[in-house]
Design a protein around this ligand. Structure first.
Ligand code: ATP
Length: 292
């Protein structure tokens, strides 16, 4: 939303409906295939023009307020790319839990690129914004497009897919974070042969067939995350136990997502976790172009 005082951007979290690890690259990163999906859970960014360079304000204790913040890096990259001499104050209100596998930092970086492109009327195409975001974080290119998309490479090659039907989700975030690097390292030492069936899930998207989508969710990093933090398996078992038709971990974890089919099911799960240290979020899938 544009106003006299700047622009407000909703930076949406992502989940990985599928995630397959293909190979380890020489640079240490991993080639993956993943069907990614934006969800309604979001951070709120307020971008206000300033004549004092780039400034970050974020009250979250685990998010830096300096040039290491991905939102700062995104603004810096855009200024470098365009050569324009402007400044911006970036106020971040976190709604996405940190180090949760929900791409919070990447969402903020993408939100800054999209927001400043609009605020400063730069007219940069999405493909170019996506390339600019590539070096900032693996999920930034996806977050530039949003909606439903296939990610390949290290997550930087994005092919938009038909928008998924609206799914109601419950997200359970344990009281610990996981580092993507650590989980990929643990994965390299394991044998995980159950790859999710992306083709079937994409066929479900083409047919707008919720059951076919939900039946084919899956994440090859889940076994490594469970090995590091067995609590994740308990969460998966609880969600399956109450009858969630699709249960999967997002990204490198630790957040576990379940598809919920009724308010009763959602309430049942919320009650089970009401006296636990888990953070519980209700969300829905969202389509492209909902952040500005
Ligand atoms: P990924 O799956 O890409 O690792 P994540 O969702 O698990 O992402 P983030 O919430 O992006 O994790 O946080 C990862 C790290 O990035 C944290 O240590 C955090 O301090 C740092 N960080 C830098 N900028 C931001 C930001 N704008 N929002 C959240 N975290 C940020």
């Amino acid at each position: 939303m544009l106003s006299g005082k700047g622009i407000q951007v909703k930076a949406h979290a992502k989940i990985n409906l599928t995630l397959e690890v293909l190979s380890k690259r020489e640079d240490g990163y991993h080639n993956i295939i993943s069907v990614m999906q934006s969800i309604s859970l979001h951070d709120l960014l307020h971008l206000v023009p300033s004549n004092k360079g780039i400034k970050i304000y974020c009250g979250h204790p685990r998010v830096p307020n300096d040039e290491s913040n991905l939102a700062y890096k995104a603004a810096e990259k855009l200024l470098e790319y365009t050569g324009i001499k402007k400044g911006v104050e970036i106020r971040i209100k976190k709604g996405i839990p940190v180090a949760a596998g929900l791409g919070g930092g990447s969402a903020d970086a993408a939100g800054v690129l999209l927001g400043l492109n609009k605020l400063w009327d730069l007219g940069i195409h999405l493909e170019d914004l996506s390339s600019l975001g590539m070096g900032l974080g693996a999920d930034v290119p996806f977050c530039i497009y949003g909606g439903t998309a296939l990610a390949r490479g290290i997550g930087e090659k994005i092919t938009p897919l038909p928008t998924a039907p609206k799914l109601d989700l419950i997200l359970i975030k344990p009281p610990f974070g996981l580092s993507a690097g650590d989980i990929y390292k643990a994965y390299d030492k394991m044998t995980v042969d159950a790859a999710p069936n992306h083709q079937k899930l994409m066929e479900g998207l083409d047919r707008n067939d919720t059951t076919m989508i939900v039946d084919n969710v899956g994440n090859m990093l889940q076994a490594a995350a469970v090995k590091a933090r067995p609590k994740i398996q308990d969460l998966v078992d609880i969600l399956k136990g109450v009858g969630c038709p699709g249960v999967f971990m997002s990204g490198s974890g630790p957040t576990v997502c379940g598809v919920v089919e009724s308010d009763t099911m959602a309430n049942d799960i919320m009650t089970r976790f009401s006296h636990s240290p888990m953070e519980v979020f209700l969300a829905t899938t969202v389509g492209r172009g909902v952040c500005l």
